[in-house]
Structure formats: C-alpha cells, structure tokens
Design a protein around this ligand. Structure first.
Ligand SMILES: C[S@@+](CC[C@H](N)C(=O)[O-])C[C@H]1O[C@@H](n2cnc3c(N)ncnc32)[C@H](O)[C@@H]1O
Length: 283
C-alpha cells in the first residue's frame, strides 16, 4: 500500500481582468446547490477557486460559467472539490465539538491521566487548535498538556500556516468572545494569533494517510474529517482500518458530517453518536 495522493495543483490562473458581473448570483446559487456556506470565506479565495474551474471549463466569465454549471451536473462535484480543498474553521460543525467538549473529553479525563488526540488532515490548524482549546478549558490548572494533540496533513505549505497559528476573524466566528480573548492575541494587522499555551499543545507533522501507516497508536480520539473527498471506495475503507489501528480501546473516531463508513468495515466500530458521525472502536 504505497500509493501516494498528490494534492491537486490548481492550474495557473491567468485571467487578469475578469468582470465581476454575475459573481454574486453565482456564489448564492453555488451555496444553495452544494449546500456549503461560503460567506465566511474571503471573496478573493472563492474567486480564485471559481476562476480555476472557469479555466478548466473554458468559460470566459462568471455568467458563462454559471450557465455551464446549470447545464453540466457533473461539474458540481468538481466545483465542490475546488472549493473545499483546505477549507476549515474553528468549531466547524459546532454540535460535534460541543459534544466533544461536554461529554467525550470529560469521560476520557475521568478514566485516564493523559489524553492523546490525532487530528488527521488538519489543514491550517483550526481543528487541532479547537481540540486544544476545549481540552485546556476542561483541565485542572497545572495539568501537563504539551504535545497531547498530533496534527498531520499531506500538505507541507498548509502545515506551515497551521504552525504560525495566525487567523482572520472569519475563521473564529464559532468561538465565543471569551474564548478569543483567552486564547488569541490580536496582531497589528487585525488578525488573531493563537497563544503559546494552546500552540504548545499541538505537534504538527507531515503525514500521508494513503500510506496506511499510523502516525502513532493508542490515541483516545482520532478526528479525520472532510479529508476523503479525493479517496476512492477502497482508499476510504483502508482509511477506516488505519484509524482503527491507531486508536486505543474504546477510542473515538470522528468523521466529517458528509462522510460515511462502508458496510465492509462497519464491524470495526460501534455507533456513539452516529448523527454526528462519532464512533467508538471495537477491539
Ligand atoms: C478540507 S480540509 C479538512 C480540514 C479539517 N479536517 C476540517 O474538517 O475542517 C482537507 C485536508 O486534507 C488533507 N489531505 C488530503 N489528502 C490527504 C492525505 N492523503 N493525507 C493527509 N492529508 C490529506 C488536505 O491537504 C487538506 O488540508
């Protein structure tokens, strides 16, 4: 199993003066069609992604691309991939992270002295830092929390952003003002830098999930969310086996809300909160 996924490289976009005509209508329609919330992301980001799809479909402007999208249903999936490649945010899917903070972490802390978490496919770091914030706020003062979270991604560039831990306000919209002031410093440019007590809880590492090799074992929680968009059915099954191997007894597996577990590997886990895509390892 030495297959390696190469992160998609977006074609060089060389469209110097594309009129913005039709852009807002296109964004609104895309939100509805693909059921993804785009308003919290910077417009430039969305535009770049749309332009890459326009290049590939030879559409000369947003209006023409919108028409293409309407008449080519297969384009929806390609656009979704282009839009969501590294997309993430703090407390993405608040119900999931609320449950982790209120139920799962306290249950683990009651049983064990230390906790080990893996955020696999962590992108720019919002997911592992969300775990860190939840855990920090649960823990007794003085608890040793350095490196309790391993955060990995195949993309070294995005990991450097994660390590820097500097975010736009929009990435923090699901955090409370209290969490923001406690765990972030405001930079001179109006951005938000994660404070060292949270930063030090996370260890970042390049890791390719397709290698099938666990980054470590005996994790209490493995979150591998919104990563399998490029995986075929076999690769998805192999990933579930990899997560199973990486978890300790009764360890929790958190999938993305739109991801699913194939029947062939379902026996490896029991449902914990299936609606939130949280499962527990069966040993
Ligand atoms: C959409 S982000 C998900 C971020 C976060 N888990 C979340 O749910 O908000 C997907 C991430 O998976 C990473 N990824 C894709 N294929 C991977 C692989 N084979 N191994 C590790 N990471 C991978 C991408 O580089 C990207 O940063």
């Amino acid at each position: 199993m030495n297959k390696k996924i190469i992160p998609p490289v977006f074609p060089q976009i060389n469209v110097p003066h594309v009129s913005e005509k039709g852009l807002q209508e296109l964004i609104l329609d895309v939100q509805k069609k693909l059921n993804i919330q785009l308003t919290s992301y910077k417009q430039d980001y969305i535009k770049r992604r749309l332009l890459s799809r326009m290049n590939s479909t030879r559409s000369k402007d947003f209006v023409e691309y919108h028409q293409y999208l309407r008449t080519h249903p297969e384009e929806e999936d390609k656009l979704r991939k282009a839009l969501t490649i590294n997309v993430t945010k703090f407390h993405r899917d608040p119900d999931v992270f609320n449950l982790v903070g209120k139920e799962i972490f306290p249950a683990i802390i009651r049983e064990k002295r230390t906790i080990k978490i893996w955020s696999a496919g962590c992108s720019s770091g919002e997911e592992p830092y969300t775990f860190a914030i939840l855990l920090y706020d649960q823990s007794k003062p003085g608890t040793l929390l350095n490196n309790v979270i391993t955060a990995t991604d195949i993309d070294e560039v995005i990991l450097n952003k994660a390590k820097a831990g500097i975010y736009e306000k929009s990435a923090l919209e699901n955090l409370s003002e209290m969490q923001i002031s406690k765990h972030f410093d405001k930079t001179d440019e109006g951005k938000f830098r994660i404070k060292d007590h949270i930063r030090n809880m996370v260890r970042f590492q390049v890791h390719d999930l397709m290698t099938g090799i666990p980054v470590a074992r005996m994790f209490d929680v493995v979150a591998c969310r919104n990563v399998t968009i490029y995986f075929n059915e076999q690769q998805k099954k192999d990933l579930v086996k990899l997560v199973h191997e990486s978890l300790g007894n009764n360890g929790y597996y958190i999938m993305g809300m739109s991801e699913y577990m194939s029947k062939d590997v379902e026996h490896l886990f029991k449902p914990y909160k299936p609606m939130l895509k949280i499962f527990q390892k069966i040993s």
